[in-house]
Design a binder for this molecule. Sequence first.
Ligand SMILES: Cc1ncc(COP(=O)(O)O)c(C=O)c1O
Length: 719
Amino acid sequence: MIAVPLFSIPPIISLLPLRTMDKLSSIAKFKASCPFLGRTKTSTLRTLCTSTSPRYPSLSRLTEKATECPVMGPALQLRSGQMAAGYASLAGTAEFNKIPEHKGVLASPSAASAEKCPHASKALAAARMAEDLANLKNEKSAKAASAPSTSKAPATAAGCPFHAATAKETKRKSTPGGFDYEQFYTTELEKKHQDASYRYFNNINRMANKFPIAHTGNVKDEVEVWCANDYLGMGNNPIVLETMQYVGLARASMLFFTHAIGRSRTLNTYGHGAGGTRNIAGNTGMHLALEEELAQLHRKDAALVFSSCYVANDATLTTLGSKLPGCVYFSDTMNHASMIQGMRHSGAKRVIFKHNDLQDLEAKLAQYPKETPKIICFESVYSMCGSIGPIAEICDLAEQYGALTFLDEVHAVGLYGPHGAGVAEHLDYELQKRAGQSPEPIKGSVMDRIDIITGTLGKAYGAVGGYIAGSMDFVDTIRSYAAGFIFTTSLPPINMAGARASISYQRLFNGDRQLKQLNVRDLKGRFEALDIPVVPGPSHIVPVLVGDAALARLASDTLLAKHNVYVQAINYPTVARGEERLRFTVTPGHNMEQIARLAQAVDQTFTELGMKRTSEWRAEGGRASVGMPDAQPVEPIWTDEQLGLLDGTAPRTLKAGQERVVDARAVRITREKFNNLLGPGEEGVDMDVGVAQVVEAVAPGLTLPTPPLEASIPTAVSA
Ligand SMILES: Cc1ncc(COP(=O)(O)O)c(C=O)c1O
């Protein structure tokens, strides 16, 4: 069993009376053993040492922080009682003793308490050490501390105390004279720790019946999710769930019991896996129908589904760049890794232009003969800063210089345009709205001018998968040549059905999109009023600048530990160093009270951790578009008119306890689309029914393949 070094740290309390420099050098000794100290920059530690806690003015912020530690907290409590003239002179014992109680720190240190440490628990998760800790918990004894681990070998990394502790015991011996593979991994991981780009994954389990709540590794520990890319909450939309699995979702009456059982939907009909590649047994009606739905959504000839949009981008760009003779790619500097990989894999020349900079793009296009095949690759919504690409203007340049346009609408599909086809659709909002569900292209519209659109099924549509859409022969070429499409098992029919139901529903109902944008406006407004540094942008992304990797992680940990708010820190390489941030996503399923509480929690965290606000960034000349001296106000792309704010048709925001609205017409039409494959849907149903009631009504004694939803489904309304 592995000894967890965290428990051997002498209390920081003993260092507190020393001068700051002495304190820091003493604390630095424990960087290797304490996950918090190990990951926090010296400059941040210095700030924490020298500033007083706003809540407990007689303590430094570092001491207050230490009380949250399951090891330090109880030790501090004990020592504060013992040290009448030492520590107690710095902090009134009574005030100090309140802190652990207030923060729920355990009375005595134990192995179990390590799980309460936000720093340790994340390192544990990343290092696959949870299993070892569980063993530690069960076999807490001297014997356990010296016995070898029986669990599977964890990854090793010298920069992580848990990796380091286990590395010696679990390393596979290298063949004498042979390459030391384990050392190689250790060194590579150490680099990640050194440059603060090592990733810690939180265990977050979003619950279908409690949106936007998730539980952590402990099922009883519930948190609010504020960073998921399930932008519209479609991952638990009732028509999606019904299409995938449920039988007669809306039937509340026993009258329909037998009838409903006979009409089981996709899972019951087609089972789980697709059974093969698209070429061999894995080309199902659900795949074909989804591709038809996608082609119609974008008013293109054809679409093709891939296992993800990462794969779609990579496979498509690899194929085009290697097939088109002398092809040159023009790539926005902020393009997603999937596009960059595809361009690289193709071996074609890649010219990078400055983010959204048309002059730079034109200057670079002009350097190549018109007859040279060129592809301009860009995104509509850039997901980490929330900026939007100048799509129409790039189409102008593409026409002028004979280039194809490749537009990644991953963070826009479902969310923009009257039917959710993305920003290209949004730019001709009224025209596209009037065209309704017609699959015909609208000549001259921005969406029509884009040659290749790629999108994901995994974000606003709440499913999994990615796709391309474009001309018939383009799609057929990729289908015929792209290895990433051909040589892989196709996605399960159930996922294809769920994705199609989601797209169809969102094509028919604008309310979720509008409500999302209203909530985004509300959150941005609250943050701005509190001087929280929101990176300005016209889209739904709410990035909040932190500007330091360790501080961003600390802010994320603090929000989770103290406020039950889960927002992931975004650090290098996803964003540039010095531009680290928290990236909030708010959905139509978040209610007003939750949004208000979030703003307060973030405000409090900024104060507690001494994080810079907009005014402070401004005083320093600005960073990452925050507090820039020459900044112009940024207008949201969804206008007041499009949100229904001018004619009173805007959807109502949710109050605590209110259920999300589900559109009955969109449900009915979507359900009918599956009739040819799944049998007739439930006509004329009353959607104002809870899933729990339905399940009870249709299936007393019947074991459904997965547990039924317990909470009521949202109220249905007509569009
Ligand atoms: C801009 C962009 N394109 C493509 C992808 C890949 O999409 P998927 O998650 O479907 O693989 C992402 C994923 O986050 C993305 O942000």
